[in-house]
Design a binder for this molecule. Structure first.
Ligand SMILES: Cc1cc2nc3c(=O)[nH]c(=O)nc-3n(C[C@H](O)[C@H](O)[C@H](O)COP(=O)(O)OP(=O)(O)OC[C@H]3O[C@@H](n4cnc5c(N)ncnc54)[C@H](O)[C@@H]3O)c2cc1C
Length: 375
């Protein structure tokens, strides 16, 4: 179990939405003796959650280029929590802490240099002591990822980044939550969520507190929530053997590649301002696959095993938000960072709910910035 605190009065709690946010929160709240029910419109083993489309990257340094500082700081906290939780579940192999190689072709080397400068400036501003980015020569790259050194002269190595086998993590969490005594109500849409009350197929149900983690399913209640479409491809190649996440710096489109078990790679992702769940477009497929081929020509013989599109739940500032009220909390806006942020947001929400203080000063300041109170 995650915690064991008998000083807290047990409550009857509902978590609506068993995507990555709902699962992390359920885990973080387990062990206090609460009676927790987790609701989802889909089955516990698969569904439409954005978490199933995600690449599973935990990349706070790469994301810092275009994200606010708190994404970076919350991300660091989440990585520590993932490490801890996966150890508890005896599932450490679901996270690979092998780092990211940031690459650019010779003609785009300026983009790589810009990326490095921005990252360094942002880390300095954060007074981050960590010397993260290491510029690798061709020789050093060949020692780390020999197959890439044939096509790239240099790389930036972000050694502390990690990735999860996200499908396996979702499955593992379902099992762990059940073992922790959480009641799962699957395949049933919740038509309304309000203070202490929700409406399910069984009619109105009352709870001491409700946590709304429906992602884009909460759009009617959070007016400023918007959808940002993302498309990914999954390819299979026995010929190409890469161990690290790869990011390609390209002036027009950014591409990432994440190794998965059984010789598969997830390749992504587009970012389109639209609530559009239709299949992968030809344009996106052409751009992503062309970029893939330039990373490693061995991908020419890879097989496309799956294409997927989904939408990320985002707020106007692309920041997450915890809205906390007496009988209802809403946690949403995880945007491109669901796996990177969910454990930290679950931790902050659980502390808020139990009236506990944060672990350290930095997290206290951070929490204040993303917490809002419901009227
Ligand atoms: C292409 C793509 C790539 C991504 N890559 C990454 C990545 O590499 N790393 C990363 O950290 N993040 C990534 N993300 C972002 C991440 O997937 C999202 O931020 C995250 O999934 C949002 O989590 P959530 O739990 O809020 O929403 P979701 O994961 O969408 O879960 C919401 C859940 O609520 C349920 N639900 C909704 N409405 C109702 C209702 N009325 N009743 C009952 N249940 C309901 C849904 O069935 C679902 O299970 C990516 C996203 C996309 C689209």
């Amino acid at each position: 179990m995650a915690n064991l605190d008998t000083s807290i009065e047990p409550k009857n709690l509902a978590i609506v939405g068993a995507g990555i946010m709902g699962r992390c929160l359920a885990w973080r709240l387990s062990g206090y003796g609460h009676r927790i029910t987790l609701f989802d419109k889909d089955s516990k083993n698969h569904g439409s959650a954005a978490a199933y489309t995600a690449a599973g990257m935990l990349a706070p340094f790469s994301e810092l280029e275009a994200a606010e500082d708190n994404i970076f700081l919350l991300g660091q906290h989440s990585i520590a929590l993932w490490r801890d939780w996966l150890k508890t579940w005896n599932a450490e192999d679901l996270m690979a802490e092998s780092g990211t190689l940031v690459l650019a072709h010779r003609q785009d080397i300026g983009s790589l240099q810009n990326f490095n400068q921005q990252l360094e400036a942002k880390l300095n501003a954060l007074a981050n002591q960590q010397k993260e980015a290491a510029l690798l020569s061709k020789q050093q790259l060949s020692e780390i990822e020999p197959e890439l050194a044939q096509h790239f002269d240099q790389a930036n190595f972000l050694k502390s980044e990690a990735y999860l086998d996200n499908h396996a993590v979702m499955d593992c969490m379902a099992k762990q939550l059940e073992a922790a005594g959480i009641r799962w109500r699957e395949n049933g849409e919740i038509s309304s969520v309000s203070d202490n009350q929700l409406v399910s197929d069984n009619g109105e149900e009352a709870f001491d507190h409700i946590f709304d983690c429906r992602g884009l399913g909460a759009k009617n209640d959070i007016q400023s929530l918007r959808a940002v479409r993302g498309e990914v491809l999954r390819v299979y190649s026995k010929e190409v053997r890469l161990r690290h996440m790869v990011r390609l710096m390209h002036p027009r489109y950014r591409l990432y590649l994440v190794p998965k078990p059984n010789h598969e790679y997830v390749l992504g992702a587009t970012q389109i301002e639209s609530e559009d769940y239709s299949p992968l477009s030809v344009r996106s497929a052409l751009e992503l696959l062309s970029a893939l081929y330039t990373i490693h020509p061995g991908f020419a013989e890879a097989r496309i095993v799956e294409t997927q599109s989904n939408c990320r739940p985002a707020l106007p500032d692309n920041q997450p938000l915890i809205k906390h009220g007496k009988g209802l909390s809403q946690i949403n806006g995880l945007f491109r960072h669901g796996f990177l942020l969910a454990p930290a947001l679950a931790d902050i929400t659980a502390r808020l709910f139990h009236g506990e203080s944060q672990e350290n000063e930095e997290l206290t300041i951070l929490s204040q910035a993303i917490i809002d109170s419901l009227g």
